[in-house]
Design a protein around this ligand. Sequence first.
Ligand code: BG6
Length: 288
Amino acid sequence: MPIIDAIGQGGLPCLDLTNRFGSARIYLHGAHVTNWTPTGGSEMLWLSARSFFAAGKPIRGGIPVCFPWFGGHPSDPNQPAHGFARLRSWTVSARSDLADGSTKVTLTLVEDATSRTAWPHAFRAELTLTLAQTLTVALTVTNTDAAAFSCEEALHTYFAVGDIEGTTVDGCQGRAYVDKAGGGAVERRDEAEVIRFTAETDRFYPATPGPHLITDAATGRRIRVAKHGAQSTVVWNPWIAKAAKMPDYGDHEWPGMVCVEAANAGSDRLHLAPGASATCATTLEWVH
Ligand code: BG6
C-alpha cells in the first residue's frame, strides 16, 4: 500500500508515499512536502528541528508552497509572509499508483471567506506530488473568478547539505538578480561561475529558467533542480544573524541547508484571465 494516511508531527495529518523509487511525506497542512529519500540515498530535504507543526504556522523546511504572494503582502504588512497557502489545510483530491511503479497524489485548496479577507479572488490551487525516479512537485493555479487576477507563487525547497560553505549552485551565471540580503534590495548581475556561500544569501533571479545543480562537497552529493513554468529562481541561506532571529530555526542549523526555489514572483508574477490555469513545477533528481 504505497500511499498511507499517517499522523505526523504536532498531530497533523500527512500522507506517506513509498514505492520502489523511494519515499516521501506530505502534510495536508500547507500541502507541504517534508521528506524525500530516494532508494539507495538519504534524506534530500532539510527540516528544522525547531520547526512548528501547528495550524496557522508554516513548517520550516521541506517544500513550503508560497501563494498567492511571495515575500510580504503587496499592501498589508499584517498579512503573513509568502501568502496563506502554507498556513491552510489542503484537501486530498486524488491519489494513484501508476503502472511504472511511481506514485502520485494531488491536494487542493480553494478560496473561502478567510482567504478572501486577505486576497479577494476565487481560485483553485492543486499541488501534485509525483514520486518516481525523480520527485516532481507541480502547483497548478486556476482563476475560477469572473475577473482577471495577478498572483505570485514559489515552491520554496529546502535542500539538506553537509556544509553550506562547500556547497555551490549553478544555473544562474550571467543572470541579473535582486540582492535582498542585508536589508536592502540591490540589482546585480551574477558574474561568478557558480554561486558560493560565504554570508547571508537572499537572491531573487527573474527570467532564470534553470536547471540548477546543487553540489555539496562535504557529502559529495549532487541534486539537479529542473523547473517548468517557473520563470524565477530564489536562492537563500540566512547565515548566522538571521538564523538567530527566527524562532522556528535553530541557531546552529544554517550550515546544513540551502533553498533553491522555483517561483513566479516580482516581474514574473502570473496574470490569469477568468478560467485560465498555469502550472509551476520543480523536478528534483539525485545525480549519482
Ligand atoms: C526566501 C526569501 O524565499 O524565504 C527570504 O527570499 C526569506 O527573504 C525566506 O527570509 C524565508 O521566509 P519565511 O517567511 O519562511 O521566514
